[in-house]
Design a protein around this ligand. Structure first.
Ligand code: ZN
Length: 427
């Protein structure tokens, strides 16, 4: 294996950080693996003479502004949080700690015109901790400096005063400024959700839970994401100080926690951009099915999530099938239509005359079949053909991509199946 290029991060002062690229061989340009928007070019400043940031074909890259090659480059940047549809690069804790996403710094040698292809690493990452802080990355705690090898998904690392603490049976880094009722809610439900997925998917996995709280955010919201077995839940805005952690607030928090844990238990399935509905929709359906079974007292709230999805999906399909819903503004449709598709699949499986199954059984059979590639819609639909009634697969196909069938009509029928949800075997 070639020696990976090194990416070194260190705090300069306050929210100003520096990133150093040390290359194993000189290059004339490096393309960044992930470019979501203009933020990198707006927020980074080159500290290397003759190296500049530029943009081509939707990707940021750094290049020599002479014809010479370079073997190191240094940029300084502000780590203040900002909204993005990618993994958030920086997220604050209320005690001064923060989460940083290493994928933002991944960059590859520039080969030809198709910039993103083959930009998969590995990268030798290193981070220096300011005094009084330490680093938590991939389950390990480092005192003054952390070093690790990143793959294409990158890592979110914590840097700050907190140390991981095992609570409710899982390692956690939880913001000490988070209102108590929220912390209690998360920790009291976590074991049931974890056990529920373990049982349904026949696998014992221990997630690592990070929960951060940024009061200074002007917008109040809750968001989450997952990398491998690490779940990140972020509370933003002052709303959470006074939130009544019951009813809808509790429902939303529990839904998000369960959705992110579902990703841990999906066992690494990832989809292409146009197949986001597979990954996100199945996580939504896992969430709905598990919460209906484990917390039936909140049935009304789980049901309202399904009804919202039905509205969002119907509106989205009026602009075209799901395969055309690529880009930031139509991401929600992948969650919404995906939820309804997978609930309809679940109902169909439960009502098979000979051998009743659930969506979880189907998922296991797909994951365990090495011949099946589940990274795009076409392969996924093909895999469903031998496992579900032809009529149902063709309706799913109509929602996903252009076909003779009307997607809106297909959705109505799937929605009718999802509405009549019954949870046999108490699953
Ligand atoms: Zn998700």
């Amino acid at each position: 294996m070639r020696t990976p290029d090194e990416v070194a991060l260190a705090q300069v002062e306050g929210s100003i950080w520096a990133v150093d690229y040390r290359l194993s061989n000189p290059a004339k340009a490096l393309v960044f693996a992930r470019t979501d928007d203009d933020s990198r070019r707006q927020r980074w400043r080159s500290e290397s003479v003759a190296i500049e940031l530029a943009r081509a074909s939707g990707f940021d890259f750094m290049r020599s502004d002479t014809s010479g090659a370079f073997s190191s480059a240094r940029f300084v940047f502000s780590s203040t949080p900002f909204p993005t549809s990618d993994f958030p690069p920086y997220q604050r804790f209320s005690d001064g700690g923060m989460l940083i996403y290493s994928g933002r710094f991944h960059a590859c040698r520039h080969h030809g015109l198709v910039y993103s292809v083959d930009c998969k690493g590995p990268w030798a990452m290193s981070v220096t901790a300011p005094p009084g802080t330490h680093i938590v990355v991939n389950g390990q705690v480092y005192e003054s400096e952390a070093r690790w090898l990143d793959d294409r998904w990158g890592s979110r690392f914590y840097i700050g005063p907190l140390r991981p603490v095992t609570r409710s049976g899982v390692p956690t880094v939880i913001d000490s400024g988070l209102p108590d009722p929220i912390t209690k809610l998360l920790l009291s439900k976590l074991p049931d959700v974890q056990a529920g997925f373990s049982q349904r998917l026949s696998v014992d996995l221990t997630p690592f839970l990070f929960v951060s709280y940024d009061r200074s955010s002007p917008v109040s919201r809750i968001s989450g994401n997952t990398i491998r077995n690490q779940v990140f839940i972020h509370f933003a805005g002052r709303y959470w100080d006074e939130a009544v952690v019951e009813g809808n607030d509790a429902g939303e928090i529990l839904w998000l926690l369960t959705h992110e844990l579902a990703h841990v238990f999906q066992l690494g399935l990832e989809g292409d951009e146009d197949a986001r509905w597979i990954h996100e929709g199945s996580a939504e359906a896992f969430t709905y099915l598990l919460l209906q079974a484990q917390f039936p007292e909140s049935h009304g709230f789980w049901e309202s999530k399904r009804k919202d999805a039905s509205k969002i999906c119907a509106e989205g399909l009026s602009a075209g099938p799901l395969a055309t819903a690529v880009g930031h503004h139509r991401v929600k449709e992948h969650y919404a239509c995906g939820l309804l598709i997978f609930l309809a699949i679940d109902q169909s499986l439960r009502h098979q005359p000979a051998h009743s199954q659930t969506l979880f059984d189907l998922w296991l059979s797909l994951v365990n079949d090495a011949k099946i590639s589940l990274t795009n819609s076409r392969d996924f639909l093909r895999a469903l053909q031998s496992r579900l009634p032809a009529d149902l697969v063709s309706k799913i196909g109509a929602i996903i991509q252009e076909s003779k069938e009307d997607p809106a009509e297909a959705l109505l029928q799937l929605d009718a199946m999802a509405q009549n949800i019954t949870l046999l075997h108490s699953q």
